[in-house]
Each structure stands twice: as C-alpha cells, then as structure tokens.
Design a protein around this ligand. Structure first.
Ligand code: SF4
Length: 448
C-alpha cells in the first residue's frame, strides 16, 4: 500500500509499490471493485464496456436507448476498421427527454426500431439501455422480443445502465449478447480453424493477425468482434479453438463457449516480439498441428531477429528513459512492460482500469522494485506518480493524453484512437518509432 496524504483513504489499497507491499501473487492490491465515489476514476462506465466489444461488428445497428450524451461513444472515438460494411460508423439514439422519463420511453424505442428496419433493412440491432432506462424501468427485453417477431430480424437487448456495475460487467453483457446471437447455431458441425476473440481491428490489427494465421496454414473461422459481420459471427460455434487477445473483455465469452459449445481457449497477446512469438507457437501447438508449429517457429525466428536488429538502432535513443503505463486491461499492461524491456525502457508506473489479481501477479513479477502499481486510478494519482517517478512517456488512451501533455510528458495512444497498428512484428516497428518521436521530441524542452 502506498501511504501518502494526498491519496484518498479508500484508494490506498489499490495502489502498491513493489518494494514495500507486493505479495508476489497479486493479492496485495485491491482490484475488480466498483470505483470509489468522488475519486473521479479514469474508468469508463458499464455501457461503454458493452459498446467497446459490440461496436466493431461492421453491419450491426446500435440504438442507444437513453439521453443523447450516452451516445457519444461512437465509432469516431473507437476507430475499428472494416473490410466490408461501414454501418457501424453510424450511431442511433432514442434521445430520451424529460417527458420520456416521466411517461416511459418504450414507444419511442419501438418507433426507432421500426424506422431503422424500414429505412436501412437492418438484420441485427443491439439496443443498449443506459442509466435512465434502468431508473424508469422500460422493459427493453419485451420491446426487443416484439420487434424480433414483428420484423423477423435479431434485436438484442443490452441492459447496460452505467450505475449498475463496472466496465468489466459491461464486457460480460456484450459477451452474453453475442452468445444470444449465436444460440440458434450452437450445434453446427465443427470445422478446422480458430476464432480470434478480443481483437477489435484497431488500425487494421486483426488483418495482421489473420495474415499470420494464413502463413501458418490455420483458417480463421470468425473474428470477435474486429471486422466481424453478423453472418461471420454465426459461424463462431464451428471453430476448433478460441484464441483470446483482450483477456479482460473476452475471457468470459471464451469460458462460456468452452462450457456450452465445447471450444477450448488459450490466451494470447500480439504486442511485442516475445508475446507475439510465444502466441503464434502456442496456437499451433494447441491445435496439435505439427506443420503449423514448424512454420510458426521458422516465421517467428526470422521476424524476431529482424525486430531485434531494428530495436538495436533505437536503444541508444531510449537510454535512461522511463515509462508510465495506464491501459484498460491487464493483458496489455503485461505485454507493454515486456515490450518496454525489449526497448530498454524501464516501467516506473503501471496501472489498469479492469485488471484482475492474476494480471497483477504477473505485473508484480515483471516490474522493478520501485515501480508503482495502481488499479482504477484517477488523474491526480497518475499525475503524482508520473512526476515522482520521473516518467518520460505515458502510454494510455484518449483520457490519459491530456494528463501527460499538461505535465510536459510524451504520450503514446495504445487504445481505440491509435492510427498505426501496434500489434505483431509490424506493430513493434510502429510503436518504437512513435515512442521515439514523442519521447525525444524537442518540444518537451520548452515545457515547464
Ligand atoms: S448516463 Fe450512465 S450509461 Fe450513460 S454514459 Fe453516463 S454512466 Fe454511462
């Protein structure tokens, strides 16, 4: 526990420093809990968690049943790419007003679904109930059921009132919605191939992973949900194996699919040379495909050597530099610490919005003695520890960017707004270049 007057008493158990309070098994940090009231958490709400997972389905329609403010989580701040439909780039909202709150919003929702079906020939609609809908008690289950019967399409409710849980519970709601979608297809015959879970095709990263699978001779049955379509998702139950990239958002889905569809899963990560190499070999091994294992070993050996040669040229530029990491899930924080190690940069602050004990256990083993580890941090804590530990760069998402810039610290977006692919061996080069450009920019000399 970090004992500091400036830290709220209720937050102290969620901040540890390795030297004084790590137990080595992740149990020393309080995580997976609701945010502390008044602490102004960096964590997004439950609805946002659900939206992050479902929004990348390219030909799905998303109706935000709530006030227009909730609908601001649009494609514009998400950036998943598509090889097909771009329907998912448009958001829809019932824009609930005061009279709807008094008299109920069900009729307005029904009308919105009817209008969407009439105008857009929608095949799949997700209806998100946000905070106010939970308060006024609109029966969105019934509205969606009636709409399915009336229009003969899938209309799936996602009851994601922000106040009723954490962002992680929003992920679960999205996973439940996907399971509801594939329910009628649960018993389709198995085929050779894998599903890729927990990659949202940011900056085209799903395409990189798919290209690796092609090199290894491993067919991809379905992607969940980056660059997915309604039709491709329905093939999901036929895969032999699930690989889970974003464990925080998609392990629950993988677990349900293992229990209900008999599809085993492994967790993977395609960030950094070490994790990309291990993941590709482990996927081939999990399929019991000897030829794929040989191809994976040959491919990753060649690519890792090339990446190492590339990194060697950059390491002198990173000498003495320190990084702070604040990301959504534990899997990415773990990969980033390893990636910074590969680059010769020490991680001095690391935190996540939704990390679990098992994630923090790995993080504790990876970081140095004086590293501060935080769960569900707020801006004030991040700023304090970045300054105290002398971080030269913060890696985070859209909400963390201004914190770094206000302190005159370099920043790299590793979240939904990133414009360059950061996954795979291509991602190593892009990430290294971006970190170098930001961390060694002359602009920081002019900041106080
Ligand atoms: S009103 Fe509720 S559901 Fe909407 S953005 Fe805010 S917390 Fe999330």
């Amino acid at each position: 526990m970090v004992r500091r007057q400036s830290i709220l008493e209720e937050r102290k158990k969620s901040i540890i420093d390795k030297a004084s309070f790590c137990r080595g098994d992740g149990s020393g940090i309080s995580c997976g809990k609701s945010s502390v009231s008044g602490a102004v958490s960096q964590r997004a709400c439950m609805f946002s968690g659900a939206r992050v997972v479902l929004n990348p389905i390219t030909d799905a329609y998303h109706i935000i049943h709530g006030p227009i403010g909730c609908a601001s989580y649009t494609w514009d701040i998400r950036g998943s790419l598509t090889s097909g439909s771009d329907t998912f780039r448009t958001s829809y909202s019932t824009d609930l007003r005061e009279t709807d709150v008094i008299f109920g919003g069900e009729k307005k929702l029904e009308a919105a679904i009817d209008e969407l079906v009439a105008q857009e020939s929608a095949k799949l609609i997700f209806v998100y109930g946000t905070c106010i809908v939970g308060v006024i008690g609109d029966d969105i289950d019934a509205v969606c059921r009636r709409a399915e019967e009336k229009h003969g399409i899938r209309v799936i409710p996602v009851k994601a009132s922000g106040f009723s849980g954490t962002k992680s519970q929003g992920y679960k709601l999205a996973c439940d919605a996907i399971m509801q979608l594939v329910e009628p297809y649960k018993n389709i015959p198995k085929v050779k191939g894998i599903n890729i879970l927990g990659d949202f095709n940011l900056a085209g990263e799903m395409w990189i992973i798919k290209s690796y699978m092609k090199k290894l001779g491993i067919p991809v049955v379905s992607t969940v949900t980056g660059d997915a379509s309604c039709e491709s998702l329905l093939r999901m139950p036929s895969a032999q194996l699930n690989i889970v990239q974003c464990a925080g958002s998609s392990t629950y889905l993988a677990t349900r699919m293992e229990e209900e569809l008999g599809i085993p899963f492994i967790k993977v990560s395609f960030f950094g040379a070490e994790d990309t190499t291990n993941s590709l070999i482990r996927i081939a091994q999990a399929l019991g495909d000897e030829a794929a294992v040989r191809k994976a070993v040959a491919f990753t050996t060649e690519e890792a050597e090339a990446a190492e040669a590339f990194l060697q040229a950059y390491r002198p530029k990173f000498e003495g530099k320190k990084a702070a990491i604040y990301v959504g899930g534990g899997f990415k924080a773990i990969s980033l610490i390893k990636q910074f190690n590969e680059m010769g940069i020490e991680t001095v602050v690391v935190g996540t919005q939704t990390g679990k004990e098992e994630d923090y256990e790995i993080i504790e083993h990876l970081v140095n003695e004086n590293t501060v580890i935080l769960d569900d941090a707020n801006p004030s804590e991040l700023e304090e520890f970045m300054l105290e530990k002398g971080a030269n760069i913060l890696v985070g998402g859209v909400k963390e960017r201004p914190l770094a810039y206000k302190l005159g610290i370099a920043f790299c977006d590793h979240n939904h707004e990133r414009k360059h692919a950061l996954a795979g061996f291509e991602g190593i080069r892009n990430f290294t270049r971006e970190v170098n450009l930001s961390i060694n920019s002359p602009v920081w000399e002019y900041c106080r």
